[in-house]
Design a protein around this ligand. Structure first.
Ligand SMILES: [Zn+2]
Ligand SMILES: [Zn+2]
Length: 137
């Protein structure tokens, strides 16, 4: 097994580690991700939930999607860095923001999702597959 993947927030209050490889990674252009990230997309990596361990007091905010699924985001109450994301539509997965990884190269984007809601000024990587909404299993 490779070394643990680690990350956390700027102020150090939130730390996490994961002892499994990422399941998937990509850029999400949904409007919830835009608000959470402050720009056109959120770039995130998904890990198996059961291999992920978080320490610190994270603040969570849950929204209900059009599909009826809930989506919960975790962020640091002190520095505000977006850290986690999970939801009923992605059972067994824990997403973390690419910006929170200690090792930036762990994030290797495979796709752009929810591209239909991207703002008109966005600029996407033309080499990545594009999915209009949520990818189908
Ligand atoms: Zn913090
Ligand atoms: Zn999104």
């Amino acid at each position: 097994m490779s070394d643990k993947i680690t990350g956390g927030c700027r102020c150090g209050a939130i730390r996490y580690e994961c002892n499994a490889e990422p399941i998937l990674a990509g850029h999400c252009y949904c409007t919830v991700c835009q608000r959470a990230s402050g720009t056109d997309k959120n770039s995130a990596v998904a890990f198996p939930e059961n291999a992920f361990r978080l320490t610190g007091e994270i603040t969570e905010y849950t929204v209900e999607a059009d599909s009826g699924n809930t989506s919960t985001r975790g962020f640091c109450p002190t520095c505000g860095d977006p850290i986690t994301g999970y939801g009923t539509g992605m059972a067994g997965m824990m997403m973390v923001s690419a910006s929170s990884l200690d090792e930036a190269s762990v994030f290797q984007p495979q796709m752009d999702i929810y591209v239909d809601s991207a703002p008109p000024w966005t600029h996407m990587d033309p080499d990545l597959p594009k999915v209009p909404g949520m990818p189908e299993e």
